[in-house]
Ligand binder design. Structure first.
Ligand code: GRF
Length: 210
């Protein structure tokens, strides 16, 4: 599948947490939006704020257990993605790593948001890593998902200052509000065909805008 689709794209959002990025995506792509709308929300946590919010909004929301059974999760999710005819998957605070087989099957169709300027500070506790490293600037990255952790081609980055008196919480909040701009921006760029995932061997896979 290549973008643009020349029809409204059907988005799935995978989230494990509060779901503020889900809300930003729902706000940017409301039902009947001509570019895209969120058709499915999946969480590995039954009580995730994201899932409860989606249910309250009347969007199909499914809890799928991950636990130690990634294959089972991916089988179930793949069936859901087919049933809901999903075009693009947005990981939004989804705290599990998808398999190489899954990311290969959906290559160029899975995005993630990460709270650092990748390739700096991948993985968990990116804000804590930034504070420990003493950097003056951090931010967020929306990128294509490949088989690695936070290694896929960058689509959009937005920067924030790191202040002298920052705690992990204050820095996370400053970055999060940029994520809410960056994610819809990245989705638009992908769906309009302005950015495409290129094979890993290519270094200039994506356009970066700060
Ligand atoms: C975001 O900071 C995201 O980058 C990280 O987890 C957080 C999720 O926030 N992976 P929310 O659930 O979208 O509010």
């Amino acid at each position: 599948m290549t973008f643009p689709l020349y029809r409204p794209a059907r988005l799935a959002v995978f989230a494990s947490g509060h779901g503020s990025n889900l809300r930003a995506l729902l706000h940017a792509f409301p039902p009947a939006d001509p570019l895209a709308s969120v058709q499915l929300v999946v969480s590995n946590k039954r009580a995730a704020g994201a899932l409860l919010f989606a249910e309250a909004e009347g969007i199909p929301a499914r809890a799928v257990s991950f636990g130690t059974d990634r294959d089972g999760f991916e089988r179930e999710v793949t069936a859901l993605l087919r049933t809901f005819r999903i075009d693009l998957i947005c990981l939004a605070g989804f705290m599990r790593v998808l398999s190489a087989a899954f990311t290969a099957r959906y290559a160029g169709r899975v995005l993630n948001v990460h709270p650092s300027l990748l390739p700096a500070f991948p993985g968990l506790h990116a804000q804590r890593q930034a504070l420990s490293a003493g950097v003056r600037e951090s931010g967020c990255t929306v990128h294509f998902v490949d088989a690695g952790v936070d290694t896929g081609a960058v689509i959009v980055q937005r920067r924030v200052p790191v202040l002298a008196n920052d705690t992990e919480a204050t820095l996370a909040a400053r970055i999060l509000s940029e994520e809410h701009q960056a994610y819809p921006d990245a989705v638009r760029r992908v769906l309009t065909g302005r950015v495409q995932a290129l094979p890993k061997t290519t270094s200039s896979g994506a356009e970066v805008s700060a």
